[in-house]
Design a protein around this ligand. Structure first.
Ligand SMILES: Nc1nc2c(ncn2[C@@H]2O[C@H](COP(=O)(O)OP(=O)(O)OP(=O)(O)O)[C@@H](O)[C@H]2O)c(=O)[nH]1
Length: 348
């Protein structure tokens, strides 16, 4: 029996994983794909967006959401049973795609493919890491050396990089292919500089492909035949010693409201809280009064995007909800008050 190939898509919060997968589904050229979507926050925004594609390559029932924490920490409880269910189907998919949460370490997930139940039936065709060229160019993953030196002076036992930088490096080091996404937002010099920097963090022979909105041909992404589970030693991680790593460095919460008359006050409040607090990501759906379609809101760093994606379903509650993710220590009360305040000004 031949093994079903699985592609793991990794990359930091907002790098463009869901956008790339949407593009892949829309250009699957007849392949039957199944999708496992993992998210850090408590609301399954990515799953909802991908189900919104309503695409023949991957109908809704082939999209499984794991919104219960990062997949790397829930491998045994969540990932294994989900994978077994997909593999046990009478008509299993031709290729499985896993979108990890932006905070997940890819290596523990790849390691799960060494488990006997999976190893005989599926293989990791490739780990694909997306890089947000805009965020890297803005220095968002680089350690603030001055701050680190100060922290070390106060506590000489400190030996780690910033959690963002560690994650970024782990994702790069595990990859079989790198997608340098958001190439539209930076100039060619910046792209070349990033490529030069990345070269020091990736395994030999790994290619870097530039992309705009994750538009990469399926033939480039699928069929890498990496068998990643068989060469884990070649993929170093900052967390190789932590059998039980967790995500204490990051935090998320959800702000909910009903329908909104106008989204403008919310957009203004979002740009204020993003400027004032260390927020990494905001995403969610808004119900706009009188509009049949639901509005999607996305913020990555200072960039905020909003658009209508698809009509609300007849059985769906028209609620507005936003997931806010940042490093631990966010002033949740202040952020919530500001966002909730804007939601209630805009509400009916
Ligand atoms: N300008 C630009 N925007 C992009 C590109 N790719 C994605 N985006 C935008 O970036 C935001 C985040 O994209 P997603 O695809 O949701 O990113 P993600 O990696 O799935 O995010 P998480 O699930 O939070 O980790 C959205 O607003 C996208 O429209 C790109 O190449 N260029």
């Amino acid at each position: 029996m031949s093994k079903i190939p699985t592609t793991v898509i990794t990359g930091f919060l907002g790098a463009g994983k869901t956008t790339l997968i949407r593009h892949l589904l829309q250009n699957a050229k007849g392949r039957r794909l199944a999708l496992i979507v993992n998210e850090f926050g408590d609301v399954g925004v990515d799953g909802a967006l991908l189900k919104g594609c309503n695409d023949q390559a991957c109908p809704e029932e082939d999209i499984v959401e794991l919104a219960n924490g990062c997949i790397c920490c829930t491998v045994a409880d969540d990932f294994l049973p989900t994978m077994m269910k997909l593999l046990d189907r009478p008509n299993p998919p031709e290729h499985i795609i896993i979108e990890t949460s932006g905070l997940a370490l890819p290596k523990p997930l790849v390691k799960a493919f060494q488990w006997p139940e999976i190893r005989t039936r599926s293989t990791v065709d490739g780990v694909i890491a997306l890089i947000d060229a805009d965020a890297v160019a803005a220095g968002r993953f680089a350690t603030d050396e001055a701050a680190l030196a100060l922290a070390r002076a106060a506590d000489p036992s400190l030996d780690h990089d910033s959690p963002l930088e560690e994650l970024y490096e782990d994702q790069l080091a595990c990859a079989d292919l790198l997608i340098l996404n958001k190439a539209d937002l930076v100039d060619v010099e910046a792209l070349m500089r990033i490529e030069g920097d990345i070269a020091g963090h990736i395994r030999k022979g790994v290619k870097i492909v530039r992309a705009d909105h994750g538009a990469v041909d399926a033939s480039v992404l699928l069929g890498l035949f990496a068998g990643a589970e068989d060469d884990l030693e070649a993929r170093p991680s900052h967390h190789d010693q932590d059998a039980d790593h967790d995500h204490d460095d990051f935090d998320s919460f959800v702000v909910k409201a009903g329908e909104m008359e106008s989204v403008e006050p919310l957009l203004v409040a979002m740009s204020h809280v993003i400027a004032a607090h260390d927020i990494l990501r905001i995403k969610g759906m808004i119900a706009v009064h009188g509009k049949a379609a639901r509005m999607v809101i996305q913020a990555v760093g200072p960039r905020i995007q909003h658009y209508f994606d698809r009509p609300w379903g007849a059985d769906e509650a028209r609620v507005s909800q936003l997931v806010i993710i940042g490093q631990t220590g966010l002033d949740k009360a202040a952020i919530e008050a500001s966002i909730k305040g804007a939601m209630s000004i805009g509400a009916r």
